[in-house]
Design a protein around this ligand. Structure first.
Ligand code: AMP
Ligand code: ZN
Length: 138
């Protein structure tokens, strides 16, 4: 299903022109309009999902092989030193466009462009208790 008025639905389905680097029956991958580094790519499903939670497993499983191909192409063409695969769900996690997309971000040694999260810790026994609680829901 497409969602009326969704810009990524329109881009993914070719109704709005984009700098496309990959396309198949399920996805279009385009250069991000505001790249972290040149070549930063977003993979857009042609169907609308607000976020990853809404996808079927079989569909979600198709995304990572596409990300891998793009990461390898970035390595070859850009000569980047590494690649981040990122996917944000909900505003608290940084999602700003509510059509599922996966970022493939070329990285360079010491570029410092992405914040690293603080390194927290657990009290004695806390990790085991929490792991058990989450494991029941996975
Ligand atoms: P997120 O914060 O994960 O929702 O990422 C949304 C991304 O989409 C941002 O990196 C934007 O720069 C990018 N973006 C938004 N509009 C467009 C557009 N029209 N074409 C290409 N990239 C876009
Ligand atoms: Zn959409």
């Amino acid at each position: 299903m497409k969602k009326d008025g969704c810009i990524f639905c329109m881009i993914a389905n070719g109704q709005i022109p984009s700098a496309t680097i990959y396309e198949d029956e399920d996805f279009r991958a385009i250069l991000d309009i505001a790249p972290a580094h040149k070549g930063h790519t977003i993979i857009l499903p042609k169907e609308h999902f607000d976020n990853l939670y809404e996808t079927e497993d079989a569909f979600a499983a198709k995304i990572l092989p596409v990300a891998k191909r793009i990461a390898k192409a970035q390595k070859k063409v850009l000569g980047c030193d590494g690649v981040n695969i990122l996917q944000n769900n909900e505003p608290a996690a940084g999602q700003t466009v509510f059509h599922l997309h996966v970022h493939v971000v070329p990285r360079y040694n010491d570029d410092g462009i992405l914040p690293v999260w603080p390194q927290g810790s657990y009290a004695e026994g806390e990790a085991a208790t929490l792991a058990e609680k989450i494991a029941k829901e996975v």
